[in-house]
Design a binder for this molecule. Structure first.
Ligand code: HEC
Ligand code: HEC
Ligand code: HEC
Ligand code: HEC
Ligand code: HEC
Length: 300
């Protein structure tokens, strides 16, 4: 009954002034947004975005924060459509926080994918939140690669998959007045390539591997400034006895491009009748490599 009455009111109506919490429009810490958006806050807290400034690798790479040209995407103030964001010189430890992505000083409101009625702060529905374009200000290289791949699937569909219909807020009394909606995962999970297409050819003691990334519509590995790696390990066998091994390191510069076969050549000293190919990945922030796939090929 109360909900019906409130929904019936014009959102510009003066009575809403009482509910407005003005500090929300002054770039607060993410934890402040977490007062109401608790679930999303907890997800974000576990994301790399929350670690963009405090990460040890970042600290090292910028020589203890002395490189100012590195700050724009790691402590961004607000998104400026497609371009490098402005620097936020306060609350730095928050990294890429809620207001970096959601607040616009042009409209003086939060922007998001829904048409909502949000009493404590004004909100604007913004179609860009469902598009890959919103990620392009910072993930500039990855976005360019994605555009070339010409696929429908957006970054969000893979890296922010909707979990279930839920309330956007977990706070009394606001949660009474709102319907559950699809909440997109703010952990920004990387996911994992399931398999890579691997074809082999043996020419004497030379092994030619043709590997195709036909799953990720951007380079594998992809990076703007991180140093992710992919490793291809090869072992040769004769009569089931291991003979030799070799490996190739794949950096973002020589990455597997979407749907473009890449040939790796391995030259061995001795003949073989079987090979084992194991592929690993190491994301920018990972300390240890992680196995993706293992394949055996027989040449008997
Ligand atoms: C304001 C800049 C900015 C925007 C906008 C942004 N990101 Fe990021 N993103 C970063 C930074 C910086 C990192 C690296 C943080 C770290 O690891 O220290 C990152 C890391 C990530 C990672 C983790 C990669 C890994 O190695 O695990 C994913 C996935 C990701 N972003 C996806 C997205 C998606 C999807 C969007 C669009 C909805 C997006 N990002 C928008 C700056 C941004
Ligand atoms: C006092 C509670 C409260 C606080 C604090 C709060 N919000 Fe909200 N927010 C709401 C309510 C209520 C809604 C509407 C929910 C609904 O319709 O399901 C909302 C909706 C939103 C939306 C969705 C808008 C859309 O168009 O899709 C975004 C984005 C958002 N808030 C961001 C933030 C950010 C960023 C902060 C911190 C600066 C914040 N909120 C702090 C209560 C709050
Ligand atoms: C079809 C699903 C899919 C789409 C669409 C997609 N990605 Fe990815 N992305 C992945 C997978 C899977 C990985 C993990 C690759 C790996 O194992 O290194 C990944 C890795 C990443 C990484 C990790 C880099 C690293 O190694 O640390 C970033 C950053 C990233 N994606 C950003 C984006 C952005 C930005 C977009 C949109 C422009 C996007 N992705 C579109 C599936 C996708
Ligand atoms: C890197 C950019 C980025 C950061 C950081 C970020 N969001 Fe979002 N947020 C998005 C995008 C993109 C969507 C839309 C996802 C979709 O619909 O595909 C979204 C959606 C939302 C929504 C609408 C519900 C939903 O999941 O679609 C709310 C509410 C919200 N965010 C609040 C927050 C809060 C609170 C924080 C901080 C704890 C935060 N966001 C941090 C990019 C971001
Ligand atoms: C245009 C935006 C942008 C700028 C400017 C930028 N970065 Fe980044 N950085 C990113 C994004 C996006 C990621 C996420 C992973 C990736 O794609 O490499 C990232 C990831 C990283 C990582 C890996 C994160 C981790 O925790 O392991 C390091 C280290 C890093 N950046 C250092 C730097 C340094 C040093 C500079 C300045 C020379 C810089 N960045 C400038 C966007 C940027």
């Amino acid at each position: 009954m109360l909900a019906f009455f409130i929904y019936g009111c014009d959102s510009n109506n003066k009575i809403w002034e009482v509910f407005q919490e003005k500090d929300l429009l002054k770039h607060p810490y993410a934890s402040r947004c977490g007062d109401c958006h608790q679930d999303i806050y907890n997800q974000w807290k576990n994301s790399r975005h929350a670690k963009a400034y405090i990460s040890e690798d970042y600290k090292k790479a910028t020589h203890n924060y002395s490189k100012t040209k590195c700050l724009n995407c790691h402590i961004p103030l607000e998104l400026s459509k497609g371009e490098k964001p402005q620097i936020r010189n306060f609350h730095k430890e928050d990294g890429v926080n809620c207001v970096s992505c959601h607040f616009s000083s042009q409209t003086n409101s939060m922007h998001g994918p829904y048409d909502v009625f949000s009493p404590p702060h004004p909100s604007t529905k913004d179609e860009d939140f469902r598009k890959a374009f919103i990620c392009s200000s910072c993930h500039q290289e990855t976005y360019k690669q994605w555009k070339k791949a010409k696929v429908e699937k957006t970054c969000q569909q893979c890296h922010m998959t909707p979990v279930e219909k839920k309330d956007l807020i977990q706070k009394f009394p606001f949660h009474w007045f709102h319907l559950a909606k699809e909440v997109y995962n703010h952990e920004f999970k990387t996911g994992k390539i399931k398999d890579l297409k691997v074809k082999v050819k043996k020419e004497g003691n030379t092994l030619l591997l043709t590997i195709t990334n036909n799953q990720i519509p951007h380079n594998f590995p992809t990076a703007d400034n991180g140093k992710p790696k992919v490793y291809v390990f090869v072992e040769t066998f004769k009569n089931d006895k291991k003979i030799e091994e070799d490996n190739a390191l794949i950096t973002p510069k020589f990455a597997f491009i979407y749907n473009k076969p890449k040939i790796l050549e391995f030259n061995f000293f001795e003949d073989f009748d079987k090979v084992k190919v194991v592929i690993y990945r190491k994301l920018s922030w990972q300390k240890k490599k992680e196995k993706i796939t293992e394949k055996i090929f027989n040449f008997k």
